[in-house]
Design a protein around this ligand. Sequence first.
Ligand code: PGA
Length: 315
Amino acid sequence: MRRFITADEVRKAARAPQEKSSRAFIRVEKDDVVTAEARDLARSLGVVISSETSRRPLVCANFKMNGSPGFLDKYTSELAGYLAQFYPDYAAGTDVVIAPPAPLIPIAYGLCERKTIYSIAGQNAYVKESGAYTGETSPHLLKECGADFVIVGHSERRKLFGETDALVAQKLKISIDAGLAPIMCFGENLGERKTGGTFEVIAQMLTALYSIPIEYAKKVILAYEPVWAIGTGVNASNEQIAEVCDFIRKNIMQNLGVDFSNAVRILYGGSVNEINALEIAVIKGIDGALVGGASLKAVNFAKIAAAFKPRNGSN
Ligand code: PGA
């Protein structure tokens, strides 16, 4: 999948109409090679060739409402064993995160020997630090119990619990204040895809990211999860994922600039498993996976983590 950036591409970029960004640019991804001629031409035409990115891959196991203390005990020891087998130096290359139900977080923290084998994510957090909010979980408490990440705006929360982009924005902000890195989920449903509304919906959902201060936005990890692919066994095709990922980075570039767009991590989620992970991992611009069903078997999640090894030292 190596792409050569040639002088022709530079000319094309120079001619392409620019929207809010004032300079033409070419984004370099993963294994791309920029020819010397292309570099020279870019300099003379004022086309920005973004430097290669070194986004650290991240895989997150979203247990959803599954698991128990006994399950977690077995799972975490199996995970350590399978990671040692399939990806012994994973800690140097990839963030491996598990998101168990909230009551299991302190147990997961205790089991992970001070987080040497995985990091922990909450699946949700409320927009307040404490108070009379029966049944809700404070992001600050999640942090205190051992989480470093939190999933925000998952489609199940949006659909079943009416979470809006405005609420998602509030959750992003307070989670970051609490010291958590939010994994912000978004994606179109089947009707929206069928009627050609995918990009519009995604642009709308990304407004949550644009509505928080940029220093906060820098802490956010994005997870593109087409709703029709979640829990259905039907994952989006590589072309569909690549197309949407490209749209996301362009939209971010227009709103937050090229450096931001290059640096932000974008995960894919929706029926990722130990078999399709290898193909998804090489899609340009995709930096990891949010995995539901398949992550409940430690062996499969370890294989998925191994699929998201950084390639040639950068991803
Ligand atoms: P799935 O779930 O892997 O079971 O499709 C993904 C998710 O909901 O994050």
